[in-house]
Write a protein that binds this ligand. Structure first.
Ligand code: NDP
Length: 598
């Protein structure tokens, strides 16, 4: 097809994408970021908690300790309750359950995945979100609902930071130690501390010299800004505010801050791809039409479309599924007649989609230079696609400035502001919307150590790569299960779906062990070896795609030194993965485990 017929020049776009990527490549990759510890540990303080409730150290024994009260831990708790397990203890350093939705309470926060699939256990708890894209506060409330419904609060240890988890080979129990001097015993441990747990700061020179007020978006300081997640940020009146980072968090934060700050400056390294959100209230007639099992069907329908399995109906019908619909249209279009290579066809479809997103910027942002700076030049799935009907509009406000760093990032933080090139932009308040240490294993994101059989340290044991069966069970660590570990498991855009399925598998294993008097179950090395071979045989070569991408956490910041986030997952997709897990439990559990009876 000609450039005129396509409406864009593929070669020119390819050249531009590479040029933009090359500007952003840097040799330090992940090392450019700073953890919220040491001299930056106050960035990790919990701004939401009431004063800590004193309690005696726990030295009792429970059936299961669940590490983390987020989407993994809550679903594990729910499924364990369904399985009739009596003593379940969720441990979380937060003062409540909710995980991501406990910590992230910034103004404007919502989930950008359809709430009817994102919020788990809707049918079981009799809940229904009020909008297609739920507010963060509503998701947190749903997490609390799950905890109440399944009685997960009564034995929970909140505001409790685990320091170590150690396998005691004499009593065949895990000893869980915490910063509250607890030394409790647990027959089983479920690690569910989540891949988006640990905030990261940019390693910008002068980070510690700023004398104004600064915080990370995942620890919003309402004591300073006033207001709540709906806005009303009266504390920002008369204040000059800077936001560093233009990812998913900033896209939701900036419109609310702009309403209250005297001036907002947004510092951008790479523009996000921001598509239409089109949120709407839940239709009561649709709710009436639902029949039992509807949520699972909707989740499966969404995930199917997202991995290219044709469906008669698109139940979610949003911008996520629209992209894949578009690819299907392309596959049957006249472009397919001249271009039969599916990857080349996919690239053309991606170019077209991104042209649409760039045209949207022009149609909304009035200042041409600002509009140009806000246009993303990379393939759609190089970074998480975003959805907002307010973010781009924010740059038309007289009190908002975009400072585009042309891919370099901010040069320096000074005592009073943010330096880009020769200009210092003075601010009273600086908000780091710079994301998380995505995909960090549970012990790293949770900040504790795990010592398995023979005192082996999990961090050292996995230093050269995770060894596991299904990303859930690991040799040397009996009675321990990982939910949401990503590596060697499957992922979907609707992450809670996979977490829920993994929770159900783990609950089945624990139920079986308790019913059959199995004191300890440990996965054999041969099983891990077999899984590693299956993983290798199913590996999808994303190398070419990821090398062409602008750096980000999806592609190891552009470096090839370790498998990328998705490169570590099971390449056969979520449905194959779940079927394998099911079949393993039904047929191979005994073959692949060493069991010690009570
Ligand atoms: P991201 O990792 O997506 O974004 C971090 C931002 O900080 C990027 O724009 C990055 O630029 C920028 N940055 C980093 N270093 C510098 C620097 N030195 N100078 C200037 N800018 C810098 O973090 P978010 O918190 O926005 O989102 C993290 C993830 O959380 C999302 O990808 C998503 O998975 C999840 N999330 C989901 C939401 C939902 O609705 N479901 C809402 C919010 C978050 P660059 O792109 O160049 O690296």
């Amino acid at each position: 097809m000609t450039t005129d017929e396509l409406g864009f020049d593929p070669e020119e776009l390819r050249r531009k994408y590479r040029q933009e990527r090359d500007k952003r490549m840097r040799s330090d990759g992940y090392r450019q970021y700073v953890d919220v510890s040491g001299k930056f540990e106050t960035y990790d303080d919990d701004p939401y908690a009431e004063p800590m409730v004193e309690r005696e150290p726990l030295t009792d024994e429970v059936d299961v300790v669940i590490v983390g009260g987020g989407m993994s831990g809550l679903q594990a708790g729910a499924r364990l309750r369904d399985a009739g397990i009596p003593r379940i203890r969720i441990i979380d350093r937060a003062a409540d359950v909710g995980g991501t939705w406990y910590w992230n309470r910034y103004p404007g926060i919502r989930c950008d995945v359809d709430s009817y699939i994102y919020l788990p256990l809707l049918e079981e708890t009799g809940a229904m979100p009020t909008e297609k894209y739920a507010k963060g506060a509503d998701i947190l409330a749903h997490c609390q609902r799950i905890a109440r419904h399944y009685d997960l609060y009564s034995d929970a240890a909140l505001q409790t930071r685990i320091t170590s988890i150690t396998w005691d080979e004499d009593c065949l129990r895990w000893i869980v130690r915490t910063d509250r001097d607890d030394a409790m015993k647990a027959r089983f441990v479920v690690l569910g501390s989540g891949p988006l747990n640990r905030p990261k700061l940019p390693g910008i020179p002068g980070l510690d010299t700023f004398t104004g007020h600064a915080f990370h978006s995942a620890r919003w300081d309402y004591a300073y800004t006033g207001g709540d997640p709906d806005g009303n940020l009266t504390g920002l009146r008369g204040k000059r505010v800077g936001i560093i980072g233009t990812g998913a968090s900033c896209v939701q934060i900036a419109p609310r801050v702009a309403e209250w700050a005297e001036h907002l400056t947004v510092f951008q390294r790479t523009p996000s791809a921001v598509d239409v959100r089109d949120n709407r209230p839940t239709d009561p007639e649709w709710v009436k039409s639902l029949t039992p099992g509807w949520q699972k069907r909707r989740m499966v329908n969404f995930d199917s479309i997202m991995i290219g399995i044709p469906q008669n109906e698109d139940l979610v019908a949003d911008r996520w599924t629209d992209v894949w619909g578009k690819l299907a249209v392309w596959a049957s279009s006249k472009a397919a007649v001249v271009e039969t290579d599916p990857q080349a066809l996919m690239q053309l479809a991606d170019f077209e989609k991104m042209e649409e997103i760039r045209a949207r910027v022009d149609s909304i942002v009035e200042d041409p230079a600002t509009a140009e700076a806000l246009k993303p030049y990379y393939n759609l799935f190089c970074k998480r696609p975003l959805y907002s009907d307010e973010f781009l509009q924010t740059f038309n406000r007289p009190n908002v400035t975009l400072v585009d760093t042309d891919g370099r990032g901010v040069d320096r933080i000074t005592e009073t502001g943010v330096q880009v090139g020769d200009d210092v932009h003075e601010v009273d308040c600086l908000i780091y919307a710079t994301g998380f240490n995505v995909g960090a294993p549970a012990y790293e994101s949770g900040g504790f150590e795990v010592f398995g059989r023979g005192g082996v340290n999990l961090a050292k044991d996995w230093a050269d790569g995770v060894h596991s069966l299904h990303g859930i069970y690991s040799n040397g660590f009996p009675n321990m299960f990982v939910i949401g570990g990503i590596t060697q498991a499957a992922v979907t855009i609707n992450f809670p779906h996979i977490l829920g399925e993994q929770a159900a598998f783990v609950a089945q294993v624990i139920k079986r062990c308790m019913a059959d008097g199995i004191a300890a179950m440990e996965i054999r090395q041969e099983a891990e070896q077999r899984w590693a071979e299956i993983m290798a045989s199913k590996a999808v070569d994303r190398g070419q795609f990821e090398r062409e991408c602008t750096p980000g956490y999806y592609n190891n910041e552009g470096l090839d030194d370790r498998p990328s986030l998705f490169g570590r997952t099971y390449g056969g997709g979520p449905f194959e993965y779940l079927q394998i897990c099911h079949e393993w439990l039904a047929t191979d559990f005994e073959r692949d485990t060493d069991l010690i009876l009570d």
